[in-house]
Ligand binder design. Structure first.
Ligand code: FMN
Length: 129
């Protein structure tokens, strides 16, 4: 099966979820946790079950939201989502990676993001075949 649509929060109309998340106080933003808790109903049979998911975390600090990413993987493990195992896609010092118009200008991040998403598309297509 080809991956035609990507989305967030278990939209039943999507083939996979891409979670691009900032870090607050060493975890995911509380509003995202709340959204996942609602989207994951009914427990173990929600639209998140069996959905391929990947992660891109970013922060203003040097660690790129690594702790938020670890927490998010643990949370989505509980929803029986299919977690993309890969190099972690972390974007540290986020303020330096975009121009004033909001375009991603950092070439290393562009290259890593392309590799990450290409790998995820293969993973998602395989997971849902
Ligand atoms: C309440 C709060 C907590 C934050 N905690 C962290 C953190 O633990 N680690 C980190 O690297 N950045 C942290 N940040 C910075 C954010 O990840 C982000 O880089 C910054 O808030 C800019 O994004 P925003 O405009 O979406 O808020 C925090 C920001 C806020 C407002």
């Amino acid at each position: 099966m080809l991956v035609d649509k990507a989305g967030i929060f278990g939209n039943t109309d999507t083939d996979c979820d891409i979670n691009s998340v900032g870090q607050n106080n060493h975890s995911i933003p509380a509003v995202l946790k709340n959204a996942i808790d609602w989207a994951s109903r009914p427990a173990f049979a929600s639209p998140l079950k069996d959905k391929p998911v990947t992660f891109v975390t970013q922060s203003g600090g040097p660690v790129g939201g690594a702790r938020a990413q670890a927490h998010l993987k643990l949370i989505l493990d509980s929803t029986l989502s299919r977690i993309h195992i890969s190099h972690e896609m972390l974007v540290p010092m986020i303020e330096q990676k975009f121009d004033d118009a909001g375009a991603l200008t950092d070439e290393t991040t562009q290259r890593r993001l392309k590799r990450h998403l290409e790998d995820f598309i293969r993973f998602a297509a395989h997971s849902r075949a």
